[in-house]
Write a protein that binds this ligand. Structure first.
Ligand SMILES: [Zn+2]
Ligand SMILES: [Zn+2]
Length: 143
């Protein structure tokens, strides 16, 4: 699994993010692994044409204000959002207890975290062209 942004100087950089209203805030102590997800569940859950997910292990994620409200979004996964403003924040698979994905747009400086591959490329909308040259990996979100 390719790590992203390895050149980022962690000693001088804090990675933080949060929801639109600011009730839920988090901090990361490692570089997330970022990719596009074109699956129809991410599309619905974000209300966008695709999701950009930033995976981080639990030990490197700290909630610094509030907590997401979690709900079951499929037989395989839970998603978390801000109970106040509704911002989608997290995705976690039951089978992958060690890490969780944040939606990259909730990071304070998402510019730093460029997606490195595609998930669910077979469900990509025909007019979505960003990331089209990146490698595809099969989605694990089917059941
Ligand atoms: Zn909020
Ligand atoms: Zn997805």
């Amino acid at each position: 699994m390719a790590r992203t942004n390895d050149s980022l100087d962690m000693s001088t950089t804090e990675i933080a993010g949060g929801c639109l209203c600011g009730a839920v805030r988090y901090r990361l102590t490692n570089i997330p692994r970022v990719h596009y997800c074109h699956c129809d569940m991410c599309r619905r859950a974000t209300g966008s044409a695709f999701a950009v997910l930033a995976w981080i292990s639990f030990e490197h994620l700290f909630w610094t204000s509030g907590r997401p409200k979690y709900r079951r979004s499929s037989p395989l996964a839970e998603r978390g959002s801000c109970a106040d403003c509704g911002t989608p924040l997290t995705l976690a698979y039951d089978a992958n207890q060690g890490e969780l994905a944040l939606h990259v747009g909730t990071l304070d400086i998402p510019e730093r975290f460029e997606p490195r591959y595609n998930y669910g490329a077979s469900q990509r909308l025909g007019w979505v062209c960003c990331g089209i040259d990146l490698p595809d990996r099969n989605t694990e979100e089917r059941w």
